[in-house]
Design a protein around this ligand. Structure first.
Ligand code: AQP
Length: 360
């Protein structure tokens, strides 16, 4: 792990965030949230509901308000403990926006342009729309009340890795647990920290990525070469943490596989490999062990075993979520006290940055 001169060698600070764009999927859970829960016992963790990030895609205000509470309640249901971590809504700590602006001014246009997620998300917004509704309309309504169209490839979408860097650097986080899709963005955070430190003096910790071994990338059930995403328009592409038992079973049964019938983990068999990955991640075992365990079974038998496992892991989370979600005031109080704790650290960093650059 790398540290700056004015930070302790043994950095035990973690930052991570998740966007309130829809109810989370098992991809978010296995790739990030499960790891967040495990880390809270050994690290000083700052976790946020990244509402500012979610503004890059237009959402009805009422939907966004609902999604924020849904996400907050869901993470508590997954096991995030507000007595152990600072868990807050990103926009409640204004320093995120303040540092993002400063870092914007230290980011080269070319390096921001190289971010592949921007290329993918802006292309999806454009071509997805063109393919589906032709050239006449330029808006697409989605089941989450989000609206994406070619008019909404906005500057925020382009600059959001810089806001992400601000999120991380504000808390001196040495470790950032993320899925593999976010690795390039973390690299940008590291570059910005190093650039700022060398232009002024050591200020930011240069963060390290923490990627889970098995579930770094869970793929879509209908297109298993693509990432499972909570804002995908096809509900059968993903399993949500609020899906009822029968819905989970049906989605797994319908998951795309192939016709050769062998249970193997191979790039040539993305569908079955993805299901093996999901199985191993929920069972906390190696994919090779899952392959050995499933030898001799048909795809249908394997899918049925997998469905039982996923149902048994998701059901308690879903039930806890329903209970927590009913108490809005409790959620709001937890969010507010999380923001207060986060602000204590964030405001110190921001003051330091303003002093170093000469505006304070
Ligand atoms: N399919 C996935 N497999 C493993 N990890 C994943 N993550 C997301 N999808 C997968 C990880 O979840 C964390 C939070 O993600 P986010 O909501 O902030 O943004 P995202 O990566 O863009 O997630 P989605 O589900 O794809 O959201 P939308 O559809 O709104 O863009 C991150 O650590 C991410 O790596």
């Amino acid at each position: 792990m790398q540290t700056t001169n004015d930070t302790p060698k043994e950095n035990k600070i973690v930052y991570s965030a998740i966007q309130p764009t829809n109810i989370v999927t098992i991809g978010n859970y296995l790739g990030a949230i499960k790891n967040w829960v495990a880390l809270q016992y050994d690290y000083d963790c700052f976790y946020s509901v990244a509402d500012l990030h979610s503004l890059t895609v237009y959402m009805e205000p009422a939907t966004l308000r609902k999604n924020i509470l849904d996400l907050y309640a869901m993470l508590l249901a997954c096991g995030i403990d507000t007595n152990k971590v600072s868990f807050f809504k990103q926009s409640s700590v204004v320093e995120h926006s303040q540092l993002a602006w400063v870092l914007n001014c230290y980011t080269y246009f070319g390096e921001a342009r190289r971010m592949t997620q921007f290329k993918e998300k802006s292309t999806n917004a454009f071509t997805g729309f063109i393919q589906q509704v032709g050239d006449v309309f330029n808006i697409k309504e989605r089941n989450t009340s989000t609206v994406v169209g070619r008019d909404n490839v906005n500057v925020g979408l382009f600059a959001y890795p810089i806001l992400q860097a601000a999120d991380i650097l504000l808390y001196n986080a040495g470790h950032v647990p993320i899925g593999a899709d976010q690795k390039q963005h973390l690299e940008l955070s590291r570059n910005l920290a190093e650039r700022f430190n060398s232009r002024y003096s050591p200020t930011f910790v240069v963060p390290e990525v923490l990627i889970p071994k098995v579930a770094a990338k869970i793929n879509s059930l209908d297109e298993p070469t693509k990432k499972m995403s909570k804002s995908n328009t096809n509900p059968n592409s993903m399993i949500l943490l609020i899906d009822e038992d029968d819905v989970i079973v049906r989605k797994i049964k319908r998951a795309v596989t192939d016709s050769d019938g062998n249970i193997e983990n191979s790039d040539k068999k993305p569908g079955i490999s993805n299901l093996l990955k999901i199985y191993s991640a929920f069972m906390d075992c190696k994919v090779d062990n899952a392959v050995a365990e499933m030898q001799g079974k048909t795809y249908s038998q394997f899918k049925s075993i997998l469905a039982d496992v996923v149902v048994s892991k998701i059901r308690p989370i879903r039930e806890k979520f329903v209970e927590l979600r009913a108490d809005k005031q409790y959620l709001q109080d937890c969010m507010d006290s999380g923001a207060e704790k986060a602000k204590l650290v964030a405001s110190k960093t921001m003051n330091k940055v303003y002093r170093k650059i000469g505006i304070q």
